[in-house]
Design a protein around this ligand. Structure first.
Ligand SMILES: Nc1ncnc2c1ncn2[C@@H]1O[C@H](COP(=O)(O)OP(=O)(O)OP(=O)(O)O)[C@@H](O)[C@H]1O
Ligand SMILES: [Mg+2]
Length: 230
């Protein structure tokens, strides 16, 4: 039976007197690849940050896996996020003082996975994003595209039920962009990971089950494209 893994009702958010999200209703089906498109400044990052429990909303409700994050203590929220959510930030948010390998391992260590197991898994995932020969470097020694791939590796390493990505291909060339979204698509197929992807990149829309268009803080349409053999 499928249900909506993410459900937002009457979600609103303002910064000072700027209304950024206006009464958003959104249901994201379990196991789907759900892409969000819209012009710069329309509220995409704000929306997914609220969904992930990183940012507080002003009003409305947001349920993830049938849990209302508002009802959790900060400790419960950290544990819930660590287990169930992978988040790939628009500006990566890598930890500059630790190596590429250690960055990739962080979500597993947070979840209490043994260090040797975590290291092996990190090497496996770094190889999938083409960073095997960069594991001992520090994030600021990587190119922008390499940092983006590391952020994606870190977002998926713990096989979260929900993966939220903010412009995951923005710094990548076509081929590499296709590879990383292919990785997300494989996780979707193999583990039923629900992927919520904010993008401007029309080349990756072929992977989408749903495409939501946001304008000026409102969802104006949701289309369900017929998938080709992505
Ligand atoms: N912490 C903040 N304080 C004040 N205003 C903010 C804050 N965060 C975002 N905003 C404003 O909210 C609006 C929406 O920002 P948001 O980052 O959600 O846009 P976006 O759709 O992700 O844009 P982009 O495609 O450029 O990443 C913008 O006008 C932005 O200036
Ligand atoms: Mg943004």
């Amino acid at each position: 039976m499928s249900f909506d893994i993410i459900r937002c009702v009457h979600l609103s958010k303002s910064f000072l007197n700027l209304a950024v999200l206006k009464d958003i209703d959104l249901a994201i089906p379990t196991g789907s690849i759900f892409m969000i498109l819209g012009p710069s400044g329309c509220g995409k990052t704000t929306l997914i940050s609220i969904i992930a429990g990183i940012l507080k909303k002003d009003s409305g409700t947001c349920m993830l896996l049938n849990h209302d994050l508002d009802h959790m203590s900060s400790k419960e929220l950290t544990a819930f996020r660590g287990k169930n959510i992978g988040f790939v930030f628009q500006n990566y948010h890598l930890i500059s003082t630790i190596s590429v390998l250690d960055n990739a391992m962080v979500p597993l260590l947070i979840n209490g996975v043994d260090e040797v197991v975590a290291k092996n898994k990190a090497r496996e995932i770094l190889s999938k994003v083409g960073l095997s020969n960069r594991e001992h470097l520090y994030p600021d020694q990587l190119s922008g595209g390499e940092q983006q791939r590391l952020a994606i590796a870190r977002g998926v390493i713990h096989e979260p039920k929900i993966l939220i990505c903010d412009e995951p291909t923005a710094a990548l060339d076509h081929e590499t962009g296709d590879q990383v979204v292919g990785l997300i698509s494989n996780m979707n197929k193999n583990f039923q990971t629900t992927a919520v992807i904010v993008t401007h990149d029309h080349r990756i829309l072929k992977y989408a089950d749903y495409i939501a268009h946001i304008e000026d803080g409102r969802i104006v349409s949701i289309e369900q494209p017929k998938k080709d053999n992505a």
